[in-house]
Ligand binder design. Structure first.
Ligand SMILES: Cc1cc2nc3c(=O)[nH]c(=O)nc-3n(C[C@H](O)[C@H](O)[C@H](O)COP(=O)(O)OP(=O)(O)OC[C@H]3O[C@@H](n4cnc5c(N)ncnc54)[C@H](O)[C@@H]3O)c2cc1C
Length: 510
């Protein structure tokens, strides 16, 4: 009998399991895949080349106390800092976002007079707000808490009457208020687009206004690949007496008299005082008896996919046409010709068509971590948007080669010889992401990251406190819950706080 049985070994579930094990409770994690970490995992997909299969840029988790509180360095996690954080390029020239905001501003001012000053103003205006949002991410959401942090707290400061309307605007418009030069604006807008909503969406400005925090927490990579975060969590859980079972698909969450009492894995009943589901909310619903699935589940907005990624093993190092130095290989490449490119990509997506000339996020982290590729080789991962899961024409299997080709054509603007360097590859379409990670529609954030599904509205009002509303002792965490997708661990940490409070008060299991 476990104190806590956990469905799924995504990084959030592992974080929650780790806090619970650390508090002295007996924890058992059950994951359907052969690897831990869900969308934070790494595998040798081409001999000698290690590919991340999901998220790669560790940004959000660096703003949390998760890594230090769980002492993950002791369990093998080593973060490599990226500096520069970003390499921005329109295909004609390159500029860099350095870890140091002032260095970034100075360089920008030298290349684009007036824009360094705009950058300084942008960072100064929005650092308090983004810090308040980050704090809200690290607590269980409630309207009072949110109001206190955002409006009355330091988030908007005395200036809140002027700032509030800006926050409610589309991020594309807010970027235009600050940055005159498209070469500066477009990459920042493209980075903000990573959460899913397009630059024209009202209420989306916070995705851009988050930018100042990149200079606070930085962008980092676990040595050995993203999945090393998951492996360190597994080691930590095991060191505290917990168990992580892989290749162990959960078929059912067992409910008796309105209380979760365990799970069923390959026909075997596994009992626990409490159950935590870190799986996608729709998958969790499928594991429950129909009588316990509320109407609201059917209304969550999963969307229609949004990204695809081509992972390449290269036989030689990358060399950018726009900047030959290694700085261009280090940080995340924000490669976008113009804002129009992003609008067109979204337009094609709305028509149910894969983007024909995608903007790209280029990641060649063998530049900072040689363990990812053989000597002299390189990994290059090209994330692109937008790609609908449901296509107007054909299946994903049929359309994948054309999508691959368009991603490579886009990248040829930066390296015309790219095709001749490829020795192995993996094309991850929305359909691939869905089947690998049990992420419906291939939405890497689980649910759309729009304001109607954030904070206490995620996954829906009434289930925002990491509890399944109709079943006692059934807890939730993961990207389907507050604060949403991304490598952060905050939902696992928030959820663990509630579970531990209930376990310690013996509210659970009776
Ligand atoms: C290609 C890609 C690129 C990304 N890039 C970034 C990035 O650079 N930076 C960033 O911050 N974020 C990125 N993300 C997003 C981020 O990785 C995810 O939002 C986050 O990892 C979700 O974590 P999670 O723990 O909430 O859930 P998940 O990782 O979705 O984990 C859920 C787990 O539950 C398991 N499961 C489901 N059903 C069952 C069952 N019946 N039995 C047992 N187990 C089950 C699944 O197999 C999975 O392991 C990316 C994601 C992808 C896919």
């Amino acid at each position: 009998m476990y104190d806590l049985v956990v469905v799924g070994a995504g990084h959030n579930a592992l974080v929650a399991a780790a806090y619970t094990a650390k508090a002295g409770y007996k924890v058992g994690v059950f994951e359907r895949r052969k690897l831990p970490g869900g969308a934070v995992s790494t595998a040798e997909m081409v001999p000698g080349y290690r590919f991340d299969l999901g998220g790669s840029a560790h940004i959000l988790i660096r703003l949390t106390p998760v890594v230090s509180e769980l002492e993950l360095a002791k369990y093998g996690l080593e973060y490599l800092e990226l500096d520069p954080l970003f390499h921005a390029s329109d295909g004609e020239g390159s500029w860099f976002v350095w870890r140091d905001a002032e260095r970034t501003a100075q360089e920008l001012e030298g290349r684009f007079p007036g824009q360094g000053e705009a950058y300084r103003r942008f960072i100064g205006d929005w650092l308090p707000f983004s810090t308040a949002v980050k704090e809200a991410f690290l607590s269980v959401p409630s309207p009072l808490e949110l109001g206190r942090k955002m409006v009355w707290g330091s988030g908007l400061g005395k200036d809140w009457r002027r700032r509030l309307p800006q926050i409610l605007r589309p991020y594309g418009e807010v970027a235009a208020e600050y940055f005159r030069e498209e070469q500066v604006r477009a990459p920042l807008v493209w980075m903000a687009a990573q959460s899913g909503p397009p630059p024209s969406d009202p209420l989306s400005a916070p995705f851009l206004l988050w930018h100042p925090l990149y200079h606070v927490g930085g962008v980092a990579r676990p040595r050995g690949g993203s999945g090393e975060l998951a492996r360190a969590l597994v080691r930590m859980i095991e060191a505290h007496g917990g168990e992580v079972h892989l290749d162990a698909p959960v078929e059912q969450i067992l409910v008796e008299n309105g209380k979760a009492v365990g799970i069923q894995v390959r026909g075997e009943r596994i009992l626990g005082r409490a159950v935590l589901a870190g799986s996608h909310i729709l998958k969790t619903a499928q594991m429950l008896p129909a009588a316990y699935v509320p109407e609201e589940v059917r209304k969550v907005r999963v969307g229609n996919g949004f990204g695809a990624i081509l992972r390449l093993a290269l036989k030689e190092r990358l060399r950018y046409r726009t900047h030959a130095g290694d700085e261009a290989r280090t940080g995340l490449g924000l490669l976008i010709g113009s804002e129009h490119e992003l609008s067109r990509a979204y337009g094609e997506y709305l028509m149910g068509e894969p983007t024909t000339r995608p903007p790209l996020i280029a990641m060649s982290f063998s530049a900072v971590d040689p363990s990812l590729a053989p000597p002299g080789g390189e990994v290059l991962w090209l994330w692109a948007q937008y790609y609908p899961y449901r296509l107007t024409r054909g299946t994903w299997e049929e359309r994948a080669p054309e999508v691959r080709d368009n991603i490579l054509s886009s990248f040829e603007r930066w390296d015309p010889d790219i095709r001749s360097k490829i020795v192995g590859e993996l094309m991850q379409t929305p359909a691939w992401l869905e089947s690998e990670f049990a992420m419906p529609s291939g939405n890497v954030m689980h649910l759309e990251m729009s304001l109607d599904q954030m904070f206490m509205l995620r996954p829906w009002l009434g289930a925002a406190h990491y509890r399944w509303p109709t079943v006692k002792n059934l807890y939730l965490c993961g990207a389907s819950t507050h604060p949403g997708g991304g490598i952060m661990g905050a939902s696992g940490r928030n959820s663990a706080r509630i579970i531990l409070r209930d376990l310690s008060r013996r509210r659970v299991g009776g």
